[in-house]
Design a binder for this molecule. Sequence first.
Ligand code: GDP
Ligand code: MN
Length: 398
Amino acid sequence: MDLLEYQGKQLFARHGLRVSDGEAVTTVDDAVAAANRVGYPVVVKAQVLIGGRGKAGGVKLANDEAQAREHAQNILGMNIKGHTVRTLWIEHASDIATEYYASVLLDRSAKQPLVIFSVEGGVEIEQVAEQSPEKLIRRHVDALKGLSRQQAVEIATEGGAEEDVIEGVADALSALYEVWSSEDALLAEINPLIVTPDREVKALDAKVTLDGNALYRHPENQGLSDSENEDPIERAAKEQGVQYVALDGDIGILGNGAGLVMSTLDVVAQAGGRPANFLDAGGGSDAGKIKQAVELILSNDAVTAVLFNIFGGITRCDEVAKGLIEAFAALEPEVPFVVRLDGTNDVQGRELLQQAALGNVYAAKTMNEAAEKVVALAAGRSIEDTPAGASAGAGAGA
Ligand code: GDP
Ligand code: MN
């Protein structure tokens, strides 16, 4: 879960990392009022989940109210690499003597946290890594011990921080590591980490990615997601406790178990189709959950056919069939469904579907057959057999 700059700075401040005072606003009038309170000069900053805002014109200094209003007007609604600016962060402007770079991230290949520091901040760090890798210091940290004071000082020193700010940079690195570990972040990055003319070290920017799987341990962070930019169906799914990922195709997919859903995406792609989503209804799904899942899939207008792939274990196929029948009664979907039920109570499940005589539900025996059928239906082609409910024999997929 990526945080906006100002949200990242709030986490920084909580762990003693220095940041400028500011306010987040969503209108021009509020931006001006915030600027007046914060005190000029101020920086007006676009809050979007993408880097390079400065270059794109999304970060501007304002020396008075008129400039603050002008910048707020220009930046609100601006499109930065596909991200529309809906929120501004107004902070008191800092004087900059030097710009450094600092980050802590999870190095998956080494299975350890990695601290990166460079005195070449303010520019894109990939560029520094490419053109002058010697200006980038990288140090792994023992996750159980954490970043020691000695190690933080070493990183600052060996990285080339100016003598008189070594302690200040070490403080910043320690606080950044604290943010990373205690907030369960995957990335905590500051670019630039500045030194002011008064030799104060502070974070002028913040890029923080929290581990979504660890969010349950941080109820105070759960409201931080950029819900305005989140896919509305993904948000609804999250609220219902269903694993749903929006994709850009036209075939709705529902399975039980992440592995099965992933394989289903693969066979659909192999059959020439494009999945519209990943939806894992989970183990032990009852009729109610299946109905919710169908609602989620159908709320995506791009869906022209749906593939149900259920492998019954703990999940009982008759429950799935009941859920599907309830969903059809409630939603009366027009798009065709291909259903493959296999495993616990599959015979009963198929019987229920036949009895319900749902006009646009087709049965399939195997995953490949299901994929081929759904791809044909999504493309508007008719398929050979009749819908499962239309004749007594057609649904018998055993
Ligand atoms: P990014 O372009 O998305 O990385 O946004 P940043 O927050 O890093 O801002 C871009 C650049 O604007 C920084 O590298 C600074 O050079 C400049 N900048 C941001 N805040 C201030 C400030 O308070 N004072 C000054 N003088 N420059 C700033
Ligand atoms: Mn930056």
